[in-house]
Every structure is written in structure tokens, then in C-alpha cells.
Design a protein around this ligand. Structure first.
Ligand code: FUB
Length: 455
């Protein structure tokens, strides 16, 4: 019996130790929208609050995370919220976003549940974003169905904005990306024919023939073919897709991308990108909240297209991305909120420091994958702040109880926002390693942690 318990403990330990999904553990994230820009992937997410109100989606703002290696994600915090829109007074309903770059500007398309689709613009992928038009973007008579925008720019420079639940509509965005051509369809809005050939057959709630398309469209082009991935046959939803020879269709249903599974939520939401030669499917699950459908988390899987361009059935895993596509340089300043995995900690931000790691308690840890120590490091430096008896950062490789490279003492600096640089010597380590910061100290929050580097 004892032996069985030991084996079970090691299986669970090994699974947690190799877990990479969900990709964010500090907060609940949903509705991923990745954007490849300048050697990085930026993932824009909606954000399920820790406290669900009235047993419904409780969502006030949008967040952004970036990575250069697909395994370590840097938290850029809240990049926009419902407060960005002075023309409406909704305090809940910050649903699935989409961001795209054009001519050096970043356009964030967001649905405000019950208010329709709006747009924000910024000079940087991580904001600050401002409202350029002071009103909703999509001027429709079905604003409650106007959710989940997805935007793609074709080779001729035409930008297409698709959206909708349980129907699909699109507009041709003008070059300014904040208005659209109103000469076609209904005041510019074109309604897609929802046929079984286009989106798969499903009987409607009224018993009439319908389609599997539900929501969460994701439009992109690959090898002269347009793909529309979507959440299907809700609820619970699975992920499916259709393809078309042009961004305007005609769409042909191609099948399921990800089946329903017990640890997936009653909603799902696909996004597909290619990055550094690999293909990735982003989606969300309810693993972190242990089954609460209004507290979801973004996950990602790598996959290979079939030779004919079709998408294989993708299995959601706890392991996620096995191989990083780049190593992390520890000799440059690394934001402490860059993590492959963490337990216990949270992030916060202020206008002076930006995002930092907080709520660090005894035993919490951060894992950073694929850190390239090259010929070795001798010294570790961290920017930290503490108003308590503080504690230590144990610097380890391989696992939370792996080889101890050094211990950085964090001293009281009077205030949790008074940052000091603290250093320690480390045992020389070489090559590419997974790095662990294991936090030690007494009771209660120990310190805040802003950045680190090795010398
Ligand atoms: O997150 C709120 C809504 O749930 C999204 O808009 C849908 O796609 C579904 O994920």
C-alpha cells in the first residue's frame, strides 16, 4: 500500500513538474488571441475575475502576455478595460479580444457584451490603448450577438473583421482600421449563409436544421487557403474549422480540431498561429480553477498540419509545449513576471514599476525554462522590496529541490514599493537549464520581486 502511495505521489509530482498548461497561473485568463510581432508572440486574453458574480461571466478588463520562446511568458498586466470607453457605462462584459498591427499601430478589437464591438489603438503592442472614435465600431441592430471579433489583413491590404454568436458577420475595414466600407450588405455588414456545408450540421434548439458554428471565430490565411476556426456545437463547445478560397468564402466545413474533454470548460475558444517554423493552437480550459467554467485559463498545443493542409485532431494536454524555440539569456535584465510555471505568487502593477511579482509566501516558486548559462554565472542580482522580515530567494536548477546555486537574502526595505537591488554569489553553472526561484521566509507575504539577472 505504501509503495502504491509513493508511486502515485511521484506520478502526480512528475506531472506537475512538467506542466506547461495552462500557460498563466497567476490569474484566470480566457479567449486567447495571439499576435506574432517582431520576434515575439503577444497573447491578448480576456480575464475571468477570481470572484464570479451572479453565476455568469465576470470580466472587467483585457490582459497581455508575451514570449520569444513559447515556454516563458512575460506578464504585461491589464492593457485595457471597460473604463477605456467613456460612451458607455457597462461595468461587466469585457469578452474575447483580438489585436492586429498595421503601419506601426496596434488595433485592439473588443466585444463589450451587450454593447457590441469597439476598437482601441496604441503605438505599442502592450498599450496604453486609447479609444479613437468614441463610440462602438460595428453599427448593427443585433449588438447582443456582436461578440468575438477576429481580424485578418489579406495580401492586397484589405482588412476583414468577422464576428458573431450564433451567426457570422463581417465588414471590410477601411485602411484606418477604425471604420468600415458601408457600401455593401446591410450598412456595410455582410451576413454569412449559415449552411451545413459551410459549418457542419447540427439540429437547432427549435428542431430546425442548423450548423455547428457557435462563436469564437479565428480567421487566418495559410498557403493560399483561408481558415476559420471556431467554437462549435455549444454548449459544451468543441473546436472545429472551415476553409475557403477567399476571405469572403464560400466556406466549407472541415471537421473537429479539439473534442470536448472533462477538464475543458463549457466554452472553448480557438486561435492558431505559426511562429518560428511551428504551428500552435491556443484554447482555454478550466483546469486551474478545478472545473469552474467561469474561471478559465489559456493553454497551448503545438501541432503539424497534415500534408493536404487539413488540421489534425489536437488533444489538450497538461504538458503543453515540450520544446522551447529559443533560450532565455539570464545575463540581461529579466522581468520577474517572466515565468514558465509558478505556484502561489500573483502579479501586480503600478505606473512607476510596471508589472512585478507579489503575494510571495514561504514555499512559493517560479520556474523559468531553457535558461542559457553559457560558460557560467558567478553572481545573481534581484530588484526586490519588502515591508516585513523579508526572506530568501533560493536559486535552484532542474526542480524546486534541485541543485542549489545560491541563496539571495532579501532584507526589509521599509515599504513594499521601495525597491532595492540585492545580490548574492552563485555556484558556477553551465549550459541550458531550467531555473527555479524558491521563496523562503516566515509567515505572511515576504517581499515583492521586480527583475533579476546573473553576472
Ligand atoms: O469569454 C466570454 C465568452 O465566452 C467569449 O466571448 C466566448 O467566445 C466564450 O469563450
Amino acid at each position: 500500500m505504501r509503495k502504491v502511495r509513493y508511486i502515485l505521489f511521484f506520478i502526480v509530482y512528475a506531472l506537475v513538474a512538467s506542466a506547461q498548461n495552462p500557460i498563466i497561473q497567476t490569474v484566470f485568463t480566457a479567449d486567447p488571441a495571439p499576435m506574432v510581432h517582431d520576434g515575439k508572440v503577444y497573447v491578448y486574453t480576456s480575464h475571468d475575475e477570481d470572484e464570479t458574480v451572479k453565476n455568469f461571466f465576470t470580466m472587467f478588463d483585457w490582459r497581455c502576455y508575451s514570449t520569444a520562446d513559447m515556454v516563458n511568458w512575460t506578464d504585461h498586466g491589464v492593457i485595457a478595460s471597460l473604463k477605456n470607453f467613456g460612451w458607455m457605462d457597462k461595468t461587466n462584459g469585457a469578452w474575447a479580444p483580438h489585436c492586429i498591427e498595421r503601419n506601426g499601430k496596434f488595433y485592439l478589437y473588443v466585444p463589450i457584451h451587450g454593447e457590441g464591438i469597439a476598437v482601441l489603438v496604441s503605438d505599442s503592442p502592450t498599450g496604453p490603448f486609447i479609444d479613437p472614435i468614441g463610440k462602438r465600431l460595428v453599427d448593427s441592430d443585433h449588438i447582443w450577438q456582436d461578440i468575438d471579433p477576429t481580424v485578418a489583413i489579406d495580401d492586397k491590404g484589405q482588412a476583414w473583421l468577422y464576428w458573431g454568436n450564433p451567426k457570422l458577420w463581417y465588414v471590410r475595414l477601411n485602411e484606418d482600421m477604425v471604420s468600415y466600407d458601408r457600401s455593401m450588405g446591410q450598412n456595410g455588414i455582410i451576413s454569412i449563409d449559415m449552411t451545413a456545408e459551410a459549418f457542419g450540421f447540427k439540429e437547432g434548439r427549435d428542431g430546425k436544421p442548423g450548423t455547428t458554428y457557435t462563436e469564437g471565430p479565428w480567421l487566418y490565411k495559410r498557403n493560399n487557403l483561408y481558415y476559420m476556426a471556431f467554437a462549435a456545437a455549444g454548449i459544451p463547445e468543441y473546436l472545429a474549422y472551415s476553409t475557403a478560397p477567399s476571405p469572403e468564402g464560400p466556406w466549407t466545413y472541415k471537421g473537429i480540431i479539439m473534442e470536448r474533454a472533462p477538464h475543458l470548460a463549457f466554452t472553448n475558444h480557438p486561435a492558431i498561429i505559426d511562429f518560428k517554423g511551428n504551428s500552435y493552437l491556443f484554447y482555454h480550459d478550466q483546469d486551474l480553477s478545478k472545473g469552474q467554467g467561469f474561471k478559465r485559463s489559456v493553454s497551448v498545443e503545438q501541432f503539424n498540419y497534415n500534408a493536404d493542409g487539413t488540421i489534425p485532431l489536437i488533444i489538450p494536454t497538461k504538458e503543453g509545449i515540450k520544446q522551447s524555440v529559443a533560450n532565455l539569456n539570464p545575463f540581461k535584465k529579466v522581468e520577474a513576471e517572466t515565468m514558465a510555471w509558478s505556484e502561489g505568487v500573483k502579479t501586480a502593477s503600478d505606473s512607476k514599476t510596471g508589472v512585478y511579482v507579489t503575494q510571495i509566501d514561504n514555499g512559493d516558486y517560479i520556474k523559468v525554462r531553457s535558461v542559457d548559462f553559457d560558460k557560467g554565472a558567478r553572481k545573481f542580482k534581484a530588484s526586490v522590496a519588502s515591508a516585513s522580515a523579508a526572506g530568501q530567494i533560493e536559486i535552484r536548477t532542474g526542480s524546486i529541490d534541485g541543485e542549489l546555486l545560491g541563496v539571495c537574502e532579501v532584507k526589509n526595505s521599509d515599504r513594499m514599493q521601495k525597491w532595492t537591488a540585492q545580490s548574492c554569489k552563485v555556484k558556477k553553472t553551465r549550459g541550458v537549464q531550467d531555473l527555479y526561484f524558491v521563496f523562503k521566509g516566515g509567515e505572511g507575504p515576504l517581499f515583492n520581486f521586480d527583475w533579476w539577472r546573473f553576472k
